[in-house]
Design a protein around this ligand. Structure first.
Ligand SMILES: Nc1ncnc2c1ncn2[C@@H]1O[C@H](COP(=O)(O)OP(=O)(O)OP(=O)(O)O)[C@@H](O)[C@H]1O
Ligand SMILES: [Mg+2]
Length: 303
């Protein structure tokens, strides 16, 4: 993985002026298109990628939607799982409520759960579904409560209504995908009694990828990938095995929001997902560059 074409802001201009380069790029994509045809690719779209994208939220989201629709159009089966941490934080602030975090997880009382659920299911999920459906009747939004997709349990007593995944029932997602639709999942789960929990979206994305037997799991976040030293961009890890990630997490190198991603990648490839990736979702079309070009971007995780 030598090149990173993603950072090249002139890429589009080059294509427009050099037809041969455009043709070469399309031909380069061909083996990848054939390889991923009819394969499920789970994409976790982080709340940070959504809000920090170049040109503001609208542009980042529109570019993400184009990528997902293009994937679907060439026969890939995308399933989107989204976060929304910054958006929950925004509404909390507007309502004058303090956010409190422990080990990267938001302490969630009943009121915070209501806010998280409203923001994730009622706002972020709708925004993503609408952005995709500008291109046609493709996306269907779901909460993990729908059709018992995500059964949750309390993560720990101190965190309140923060959930962990007890079970994923992918039936509804499989049905939607079989109909040619693009499921977009908000990561609220419910326990057997119907109590809702807010669950970390990285953890859900990993569990959904495993439950669906996905080919790929892709995290779109707000850094270029996993760093051996979180503070040093030159320590970007281009490729890692599951055991390498375990070691990094154990050593505390993947902290805060990166820890659940590293864990989800390691668990997913161990459970048979072919590859997992952590990419900078703020880079326009990062998803296409990773899937359809020879030069990968970000961190690739293999078994
Ligand atoms: N080793 C590391 N390498 C890279 N980033 C790291 C590392 N350790 C911690 N981080 C932090 O993890 C952050 C990404 O996780 P974060 O939870 O903030 O975003 P997200 O999961 O994409 O969004 P959301 O939580 O809304 O879904 C980075 O911005 C960075 O500050
Ligand atoms: Mg996060």
């Amino acid at each position: 993985v030598a090149t990173t074409p993603s950072g090249d802001p002139t890429a589009t201009g080059r294509l427009a002026t050099d037809p041969q380069a455009t043709a070469a790029l399309l031909v380069e994509a061909l083996p990848y298109i054939r390889r991923f045809r009819d394969k499920v690719v789970v994409v976790k779209y982080g709340g940070n990628a959504l809000s920090d994208g170049a040109g503001g939220e609208g542009r980042a989201l529109a570019s993400f939607a184009e990528d997902v629709v293009l994937l679907r159009s060439v026969g890939v089966l995308p399933v989107v799982v989204h976060g929304g941490g910054p958006q929950i934080g925004d509404l909390m602030r507007r309502l004058g409520k303090e956010s409190e975090f422990r080990d990267g997880l938001r302490v969630t009382d009943a009121e915070t759960l209501d806010i998280a659920r409203m923001v994730l299911v009622g706002k972020v999920n709708r925004d993503i579904v609408s952005a995709i459906n500008v291109h046609g009747p493709l996306a269907v939004g779901l909460s993990g409560e729908d059709a018992n997709l995500i059964t949750a349990a309390a993560h720990s007593v101190e965190l309140g209504y923060v959930g962990s995944v007890s079970e994923i029932d992918p039936t509804i997602v499989v049905r939607l995908v079989a109909e040619g639709l693009i499921p977009v999942l908000a990561t609220i789960g419910a326990d057997e009694a119907g109590q809702a929990y807010n669950i970390n979206a990285d953890t859900v994305a990993g569990a959904v990828a495993v439950a669906l037997g996905a080919e790929k799991l892709v995290f779109l976040t707000d850094t270029e990938g996993l760093r051996a030293d979180p503070a040093d961009p030159s320590t970007l890890i281009r490729q890692a095995g599951a055991a390498d990630l375990d070691a990094l997490v154990a050593a505390g190198a993947a902290s805060g929001g990166m820890a659940p991603k590293a864990e989800a990648c390691a668990d997913a490839v161990r459970a048979g997902v072919d590859r997992a990736h952590i990419l900078d979702g703020r880079v326009p079309h990062a998803l296409l560059l990773e899937l359809f070009t020879d030069g990968g971007v970000g961190t690739m995780v293999v078994r």
